[in-house]
Design a protein around this ligand. Structure first.
Ligand SMILES: Cc1cc2nc3c(=O)[nH]c(=O)nc-3n(C[C@H](O)[C@H](O)[C@H](O)COP(=O)(O)OP(=O)(O)OC[C@H]3O[C@@H](n4cnc5c(N)ncnc54)[C@H](O)[C@@H]3O)c2cc1C
Length: 416
């Protein structure tokens, strides 16, 4: 075992929050020695994959309704730190918003986001130690020793930004740090994949694989509607996905297998409009077979699926359908139901629902279990919906924790 470095602040995890925290610490107090330890060969790998390579780094519409979590002051944290746009403008990155308020780099590529962060880290002489997988943390005099397999780093204060469990293993986030923090006495709330597909009964999806449709997805539990989302819905072999399903996926953590998803395939038309259309179509195409009945409304796979669900044969003549059949078909179009069987796997999830409980951190995001350990980002029990909300939390909580750490040094160690 040998020591690599002795530093004022060690940031464990070089993702979005770790990088933003290092920059903020140096901006507030250039005298501080700031080190980032990252288990992968480079920092910021996940940032490059965000927003399909475009990095949806924020949103102009920020409010409590887009977040969940047990860290009590998360909205105060977001509101008391610079808006994402302003933080990045101060680093020289310009952003644009789409019509949903989602913020992207002006260049439309995530590489720009990572490059401006990296440029600042090097300008501020932040030490980056890559391929360092923090596996053990122990108290050492008034400091900490953080161990890799055969080396260690000594630090006065730790900021842990090691993320959660979501995403491909190539992003370095498998929940290892949460296990370690649990052993150290922190409370970890149950962890679930969120912004993820929802697995539904296979037989309910037969014939729909690969189809995409715009509609409204509503979540129900025990017959009660819980939430609705409008947008694109995608049918996969064993799951439903698309942004509106992603935004409902955290509900599995609360309702488990009681969760049902109902799809409205024609949100701009009410039930009676649909029945009128179906009567009309019966007249227009009466001598054709049912295979062609809904083809003027939907993709052929959806059209065939609805006819099958209505227990009619594709080969029957359209004139043979009764008014009762039409009511049934209209109901299926307005509320096509699926039973959720399981949560997604972690690799298909974008964020972790759950994390370090609000009970284990104070209002400064400092551990209540071990003083001088701070947290930021996805490792905390705060998560947001799709649309830039999770990166907003990563930047804001990092800036906030960095400010608190910088303040905690005060003038005592001659650092300011
Ligand atoms: C495919 C995908 C697309 C996404 N798109 C968006 C989007 O467009 N907009 C949005 O707002 N959010 C998006 N998210 C979510 C967002 O990327 C995360 O919420 C955010 O990156 C969390 O930042 P973080 O710094 O807390 O953690 P991470 O970015 O996950 O970084 C944690 C870092 O810690 C390192 N680490 C872990 N354990 C250790 C250890 N023991 N020792 C040393 N290092 C360690 C990891 O290697 C990693 O580099 C997306 C997520 C995914 C997976």
């Amino acid at each position: 075992m040998h020591e690599i470095i002795n530093t004022d602040v060690l940031i464990i995890g070089g993702g979005a929050s770790g990088l933003a925290a290092a920059i903020t610490l140096k901006q507030i107090n250039p005298q501080l020695n700031v080190t980032i330890a990252e288990r992968l060969s480079r920092t910021g790998k996940k940032i490059l994959a965000t927003g399909n390579g475009r990095c949806n780094l924020g949103n102009i519409n920020i409010s409590n309704e887009y977040y969940h979590g047990s860290v009590k002051n998360y909205m105060d944290i977001i509101e008391s730190t610079p808006h994402t746009d302003d933080f990045f403008k101060s680093l020289g990155l310009y952003c644009v918003n789409d019509d949903m308020g989602r913020m992207y780099p002006y260049s439309n590529t995530a590489t720009s986001v990572l490059t401006v962060l990296r440029n600042k880290l090097s300008e501020y002489n932040v030490t980056e130690i890559c391929d360092f997988n923090a596996q053990k943390i122990e108290k050492y005099k008034n400091k900490f020793k953080v161990y890799n397999e055969n080396t260690y780093i000594i630090a006065n204060k730790l900021l842990i930004t090691a993320g959660g469990c979501a995403g491909n293993t190539a992003f370095g986030t498998d929940g290892n740090m949460l296990k370690l923090l649990k052993q150290l006495g922190h409370k970890i709330t149950p962890l679930y994949p969120a912004i993820a597909p929802l697995n539904v009964k296979n037989d309910e999806l037969k014939g729909l694989k690969g189809v995409r449709i715009k509609g409204i997805a509503s979540a129900y539990s025990d017959g009660k509607k819980i939430a609705s989302e409008k947008g694109e819905i995608q049918f996969n072999e064993c799951s439903l996905s698309g942004i509106c399903i992603f935004n409902l996926s955290y509900l599995y953590a609360i309702y488990g297998n009681h969760l049902k998803i109902s799809l409205d395939l024609c949100p701009d038309k009410n039930y009676s409009d649909i029945t009128d259309i179906l009567y009309e179509l019966r007249k227009i195409n009466k001598d054709n077979t049912l295979e062609h009945y809904l083809i003027g409304l939907f993709n052929k796979n959806i059209a065939a699926y609805i006819i099958k669900k209505a227990e009619k044969k594709q080969t029957d003549k359209i004139y043979s359908i009764t008014n009762q059949d039409i009511k049934k078909i209209a109901s299926l179009i307005k509320s096509l139901a699926f039973s959720v069987t399981d949560q997604s796997d972690w690799k298909n999830a974008q964020v972790t629902y759950g994390g370090i409980s609000g009970e284990s951190v104070d209002s400064n995001l400092q551990s209540t279990v071990m003083k001088n350990i701070y947290f930021a980002g996805e490792i905390l029990d705060v998560d947001g919906l799709c649309g830039g909300y999770n990166l907003t939390w990563a930047w804001s909580s990092a800036i906030y924790a960095a400010r608190k750490i910088a303040e905690s040094f005060g003038g005592k160690n001659g650092k300011n």
